[in-house]
Design a protein around this ligand. Structure first.
Ligand code: HEC
Ligand code: HEC
Ligand code: HEC
Ligand code: HEC
Length: 350
């Protein structure tokens, strides 16, 4: 009896150990930004989210599709969001100084870290350690950690164009404006919050995970940047088919969207006009709809994107949001809404 019991417990222990291991591996799949200095993170979402969603990651796709993996590596999609490191950071952090509207910021390396010494929510200057880069060209922005799982994007950005074109300098996104710490557009506020304003388009399979109860985010993504499955959709079923022995080929090889509308299409020049023309008319909106999820001015309505379904099921025109931002700006005594609405992309409304 004791022996049996022991064996039983051993089995439970082993299972638990495997469970923890598997859990840790799954959690690794669905990476999350590291906690900022002030820890106030809500508990992690269930690690199995990755499996339910079926995202497997570029590292799984690459061995079978080396050509596509090589084309993606180094692309702006691959670099859309990067953990901070020498190769990722384009901006000058060699004790560079930048003064805007009375705020003198310093951009500096400190013990290996990239630090922005700039105005915080109290208006005083503080050190903010950069955790991620967003974008490559013609500008790059930076993300710093805040309590409650937030990442915020300073409005001091790096102009990454060549010096000859006027680049290689720090600039402010709202030139000529003083945006004080109580302004809703201050970088520490909601409008420059990565979790709700940027993440969805710069990473793959973002789950914002906002808790209204604690007022915190536990934002997760399957991959940090715009990876294979951001366009092709979750790949688990495809990989299961490709690595299995079944002769039966699922529709679209198990991918939820077929990006094949250009198969067999060429663009010969019209002999009369010398303009290239599509060899046969496009008969599907699938690819455009998929790209437009990120390449259009839109607001997110629902984050569970189903690749291949019309975009309107998860996003809506951005202009309604823009008019909201415009109104917000206008409601302030000093109306500077033009700069804001033009940044947001829609014409300012009268
Ligand atoms: C075990 C190998 C394997 C892995 C892993 C794999 N694929 Fe494939 N993939 C294939 C094979 C085989 C085909 C079919 C090629 C053919 O029929 O010409 C294919 C086809 C495709 C196609 C074309 C589909 C179509 O309908 O024409 C896309 C897109 C694709 N894979 C994307 C991916 C992505 C994204 C991943 C990672 C999530 C991935 N693959 C992982 C083997 C693999
Ligand atoms: C998940 C969101 C997302 C999807 C889907 C997406 N893109 Fe992008 N794309 C981005 C982001 C973000 C950048 C900017 C990356 C950067 O600057 O680092 C970008 C950059 C680009 C660029 C480079 C522009 C430049 O600055 O040189 C091109 C071209 C592009 N995308 C085309 C496409 C096409 C075509 C599709 C569809 C087949 C597509 N994208 C789908 C988010 C997306
Ligand atoms: C609706 C999707 C979407 C959202 C939301 C979004 N971006 Fe982007 N971002 C893009 C795309 C697409 C590009 C590439 C545009 C291009 O090059 O034509 C891009 C490019 C960039 C670039 C590189 C500059 C450029 O023009 O290529 C930076 C920097 C950037 N985004 C920062 C941010 C920040 C900061 C936020 C949040 C405050 C944000 N983005 C929110 C889609 C988005
Ligand atoms: C920005 C969106 C986007 C990203 C990111 C992306 N793809 Fe694609 N992929 C496409 C589109 C669109 C096509 C169809 C191209 C065409 O028809 O010419 C395609 C085609 C393919 C094909 C079929 C090629 C063929 O010859 O039939 C494979 C395989 C593939 N992608 C794999 C990958 C893998 C692996 C990754 C990541 C390393 C990846 N893709 C990243 C949009 C994307």
């Amino acid at each position: 009896m004791p022996r049996q019991r022991l064996a039983w417990w051993k089995a439970v222990e082993l299972c638990a150990a495997f469970g923890v291991l598997a859990g840790a591996l799954l959690a690794g799949w669905l990476r999350s930004p590291p906690e900022p200095r002030a820890p106030a993170r809500a508990s992690s979402p269930p690690a199995t989210v990755a499996l339910v969603e079926g995202f497997v990651g570029e590292a799984v796709c690459a061995p079978c599709h080396p050509r596509e993996a090589a084309a993606w590596a180094g692309s702006h999609h691959q670099r859309a969001m990067q953990p901070v490191n020498e190769a990722a950071v384009l901006g000058d952090f060699s004790d560079a100084r930048f003064t805007h509207a009375g705020v003198s910021s310093t951009l500096v390396r400190r013990a290996g870290a990239y630090v922005m010494h700039t105005d915080g929510p109290d208006g005083a200057l503080h050190d903010y350690e950069v955790e991620y880069t967003l974008g490559v060209a013609p500008l790059q922005q930076y993300l710093v950690g805040f309590p409650g799982g937030r990442l915020q994007s300073p409005e001091i950005a790096w102009d990454s164009r060549p010096a000859a074109a006027g680049g290689q300098r720090w600039f402010h996104l709202y030139p000529g404006e003083r945006i004080g710490p109580t302004d809703p557009l201050h970088w520490t506020g909601a409008t420059e919050n990565w979790n709700s304003m940027c993440a969805d388009c710069h990473s793959t399979a973002v789950r914002k995970s906002w808790s209204a109860q604690t007022g915190t985010y536990a934002t997760r993504f399957a991959e940090v940047s715009v990876s294979c499955e951001a366009c092709h959709g979750p790949g688990a079923q495809h990989v299961a088919w490709a690595s299995g022995s079944s002769d039966r080929r699922p529709a679209s090889h198990g991918l939820s969207i077929a990006l094949d509308e250009r198969a067999g299409v060429s663009w010969p020049r019209d002999p009369a006009t010398h303009r290239p023309a599509r060899s046969r008319p496009r008969s599907s909106e699938r690819e455009i709809e998929m790209c437009a999820r990120c390449h259009a001015r839109r607001g997110l309505v629902h984050e569970d994107v189903v690749h291949g379904q019309p975009r309107a099921t998860t996003t809506a025109s951005r202009c309604s949001m823009t008019s909201c931002i415009t109104r917000m700006a206008r409601s302030r005594a000093r109306s500077t809404s033009t700069a804001r609405s033009s940044r947001a992309g829609c014409a300012p409304r009268a």
